[in-house]
Design a protein around this ligand. Structure first.
Ligand code: NAD
Length: 503
């Protein structure tokens, strides 16, 4: 419990800011200065129960709204978000540390899903088959599932919740968002925006908390589904626990994304993309590129080009003007973890080409900065290669052929994103066919699908079979009923027949 006078970030329950009485909090920092800026409430059992009960009441009200009325609220939310997204970007930069234009970028990718959701009537239409049998019609309707839990990670405090809640709410559900305790304010801002847009109380709830709040959502019978995004061990725990409690689950986990560079690629363009995708948001993106697989003989030349570009990167407070290219990591503890992976790489015999371990920003010595790091000849047995680092660390693995590169990617634990850089269309086509990864870029380093497709990896990057947003999202947040109907008349009703109904 805090003893200072800093604000305690509350919950949003039943359409209003709700102070916590749990006596438990977690610290919220400004990572660029290292300054403690607030505390966030950690819910107790009563607060969890209150959030769920209010969401259930919200669901009962909202699901009875007509499609037209629901659509009006979602359009209003989209307009407000579009007009005021600068405020949200400031909040994200202050708590996460990513530079402001990148914070705006994440909001825009979330806004895409809101825009998809404005067209929801088309996506929740059922189907109708007239005369499936003589005089019999068969049709399906899609209904909301109820209260949906959304548990999000620190690295996209606005976009990740927005992968789910616009779709869930449009489909007639109520949602409870459990934000990361490291940057919880974005979710609260979004809650206020929904209220302004006319969403009834209880339909959008923010429950701040830690494992206690998560476990409450995973086990309470009122909560019908869990959408989780975070690290793989927690994703697996969420999937297993929520499934055991009879819920639908989509649990998106960690990543280790490779880009395969074929010798015919333009190495200047490749170096630009490796820098953008490796060091953007300080590498704290689930679709960041963390390994460059260089098909020889290009490695030496590519490393020089990447090194030249690293030297030009500006690192600093993401809220500053002019804006730097890269901000800090999320916490001091995370910086230590990233640093320990570089130690492991070095101990395992890799070459540290550019070392960010001792990097400090003048005037912001307490910020959680870590310099862009480039590692060559990382052994593929090293934990620094096999595990997710989640920092501005780019590793180079030299391979002899396309086939060796594909085999290496396919042997990994994760299957979130990958990319190939080449001008050889045949090679790109083989890559998309043979690679065991959910999202693939062809000369695109961070292939996050647009809102009308769906987002999700394979293997340890996604537990469950439902991806985020797009058609998958609407399927996840609706339950289908199939109805077989006829209007009895003597000519077609068939008399007494105890056999199984046939066509
Ligand atoms: P995290 O797993 O530590 O936390 C995610 C959420 O789970 C948070 O809300 C946290 O409060 C909760 N949580 C943490 N420990 C828990 C526990 N023991 N029991 C119950 N709940 C718990 O992840 P993070 O550090 O916030 O985010 C970074 C991770 O998220 C990276 O691994 C990254 O790859 C992954 N990520 C994946 C995707 C994707 O689309 N696959 C997208 C973004 C981030």
């Amino acid at each position: 419990m805090s003893t200072d006078t800093l604000p305690v970030i509350p919950h949003w329950i039943n359409g209003a800011r709700t102070e916590s009485t749990s006596g438990r909090t977690a610290p919220v920092y400004n990572p660029a200065t290292g300054e403690l800026r607030a505390h966030v409430a950690l819910a107790n059992a009563e607060e969890i129960a209150a959030a769920i009960a209010s969401a259930q009441r919200g669901f009962e009200i909202w699901s009875a709204f007509s499609i037209a009325k629901r659509q009006t609220v979602i359009f209003a939310f989209r307009e407000l978000l579009n007009a005021r997204k600068g405020e949200l970007a400031d909040i994200i930069t202050a708590e996460h540390g990513k530079v402001r234009s990148d914070a705006l970028g994440e909001i825009l990718r979330g806004q895409e899903v809101v825009e998809l959701a404005t067209g929801f009537p088309h996506l929740i239409k059922g189907a109708f088959s007239e005369n499936a049998s003589t005089g019999i019609d068969v049709y399906s309707i899609k209904q909301p599932i109820g209260v949906a839990g959304i548990i999000s990670p620190f690295n996209f405090p606005a976009m990740v919740p927005m992968w789910f809640f616009p779709v869930a709410i449009a489909a007639g559900n109520a949602v409870i968002v459990k934000p990361s305790e490291k940057d919880p304010s974005a979710a609260l801002w979004l809650a206020e925006l929904w209220a302004e847009a006319g969403l009834p109380a209880g339909v959008f709830t923010v429950l701040n908390g830690d494992k206690l709040a998560v476990d409450g959502l995973l086990t309470d019978p009122v909560v019908q589904s869990i959408s989780f995004v975070g690290s793989t061990p927690i994703a697996q725990y969420i999937y297993e626990t929520a499934s055991k409690h009879g819920k639908r689950v989509q649990a998106l986990g960690g990543a280790k994304n490779h880009m395969l560079v074929l010798p015919d690629a333009d190495l200047d363009l490749v170096a630009d993309q490796a820098i953008n995708a490796g060091y953007g948001a300080a590498g704290e993106r689930c679709m960041a590129i963390s390994v460059v697989l260089a098909v020889e003989p290009v490695a030496d030349e590519l490393i020089v080009k990447i090194q030249e570009r690293i030297a030009r990167l500006k690192i600093g407070n993401g809220a500053a003007a002019p804006e730097p290219d890269m901000g800090p990591l999320i916490t001091a503890a995370h910086r230590e973890k990233v640093s320990s992976y570089v130690d492991i790489a070095e101990a395992d015999g890799a070459t540290i080409v550019v070392d960010g371990r001792d990097f400090r920003v003048d005037g912001a010595e307490d910020g959680f900065f870590f310099g862009p790091t480039l590692i060559d000849r990382i052994p593929t047995t090293s934990r620094a290669y096999t595990e997710e680092i989640f920092g501005p660390v780019l590793e180079i693995v030299r391979v002899a052929s396309f086939d060796e590169g594909v085999a290496l990617i396919n042997s990994g634990e994760f299957g979130n994103g990958t990319a190939i850089f080449t001008n050889d269309g045949g090679a790109a086509r083989r890559f998309q066919h043979e690679i065991q990864v959910g999202m693939i870029g062809i000369n695109v380093p961070i292939p996050v699908p647009v809102a009308y497709h769906s987002f999700g990896g394979w293997k340890a990057s996604l537990f469950g079979d439902a991806k985020a947003y797009g058609v998958h999202g609407f399927d996840f947040f609706t339950r289908e009923k199939a109805i077989t109907s006829r209007w009895l008349d003597p000519a077609t009703h068939g008399g007494i027949n105890l056999g199984f109904p046939q066509n």
